[in-house]
Design a protein around this ligand. Structure first.
Ligand code: NAX
Length: 327
């Protein structure tokens, strides 16, 4: 059997945590032959720690054969010690009346601290996925505060946006999601994101010519970009199971390889497509041997170029707002 790997998860008592942990422990993320040790980092606040206790009891009760260890921590340096994977889900939610700047700052503090902790104690090959919002900027903060780790060990979750886009497209074309490839979502995980079908295929055939411009502009793009809000309105709670599922997809493909498929991941730019270096930006990626790289050499239309630039501008503003938290 394989050597057990350490998976750290923050915010395990939250609603995404409740959908995520059981799937990691069941083998859905890293494979049915990969034992895992879960190391959970939660806040000390009493309601969260009570919920965490209950969740850990349920994890035990599942008697997952692959779950070789389960422990909870308050200190990120301990939680992340020798971690091979870290899913940073816990974040400060937007409270009523809170300004966007306050939200950015509250989270910047958390991700600065967690970046430093990863730098201090995680495996040098740790793969970090930031889910907590604003996830691109939080990932950038963690990455910059972890100078001894490679930048490309850090990523942020935009797979949910890709999955949403593929599901909408399959519905429109009357095919299966598995028939669809090369849907990409560029930029920031915010309503500015660019859901892009210009390279998409269904059963290997290009789809762009089959989709009316009005459907793309008035339905597809707004539905994908505003889906989070629609779910909140309908469910009375924000997306959780779908976000957890996308996080599983992201980590699985990163760890086990995407093959020829495109997977949208927000990764630190190395200057691809004119995106400034170090900006954590959603690109269509391929992964191989644990390394994720944007697909290169794509011909970008003027319309897509403009949307990419809008995302660059938005992320530059976010970075400016948190610069006190960067070394
Ligand atoms: P919840 O509020 O249900 O859970 C968050 C949990 O994190 C709580 O248990 C809280 O105590 C804990 N926490 C907060 N600060 C922490 C810290 N410093 N260390 C450890 N734990 C901490 O939120 P949930 O619905 O689970 O969402 C979590 C995050 O995911 C939010 O920031 C949310 O905005 C973000 N999302 C990101 C998505 C994406 O596609 N990137 C989609 C879904 C989701 O909206």
């Amino acid at each position: 059997t394989k050597k057990t790997v350490r998976v750290a998860v923050t915010g395990p008592a939250g609603q995404i945590g409740y959908s995520l942990l059981f799937r990691i422990a069941s083998g859905a993320m890293l494979g049915a032959d990969q034992p895992v040790e879960l190391r959970l980092l939660e806040r000390a606040e009493s309601a969260s720690s009570a919920r965490l206790t209950g969740t850990m009891m349920e994890l035990e009760d599942c008697a997952f054969p692959l779950l070789h260890g389960l422990s909870a921590f308050r200190d990120p340096v301990e939680a992340f010690r020798d971690a091979d994977y870290a899913l940073l889900v816990g974040a400060r939610p937007r409270a009523p009346g809170m300004e966007r700047a306050d939200l950015l700052e509250a989270n910047a503090r958390i991700f600065m601290e967690q970046g430093r902790a990863l730098n201090a104690s995680a495996s040098r090959d740790v793969k970090v996925l930031v889910v907590g919002n604003p996830c691109n900027t939080n990932a950038m903060i963690a990455m910059k505060n972890a100078p001894d780790l490679a930048a490309r060990n850090f990523s942020a979750l935009m797979r949910l946006d890709q999955n949403r886009a593929e599901a909408q497209l399959a519905k429109k074309l009357g095919c299966r999601v598995a028939d669809i490839e090369r849907v990409a979502v560029w930029g920031n995980h915010s309503p500015t994101m660019a859901a892009d079908v210009s390279f998409a295929t269904a059963k290997g055939e290009p789809v762009a010519g089959r989709l009316e411009a009005a459907w793309l502009a008035d339905e597809f793009e707004p539905v994908v970009a505003k889906r989070g809000g629609a779910i909140l309105a309908a469910r009375g709670a924000s997306s959780a199971a779908s976000a957890a599922s996308a996080a599983i997809d992201h980590m699985r493909d990163w760890a086990l390889g995407s093959g020829e498929r495109w997977v949208t991941m927000a990764v630190p730019s190395e200057g691809e497509y004119g995106v400034p270096e170090g900006m954590v930006f959603g690109f269509p990626c391929r992964t191989e041997n644990g390394v994720a790289r944007p697909v290169e050499g794509l011909e970008i239309s003027e319309a897509l170029r403009a949307r990419i630039e809008r995302n660059v501008a938005e992320l530059a503003l976010e970075a400016e707002a948190v610069k006190a938290f960067l070394p």
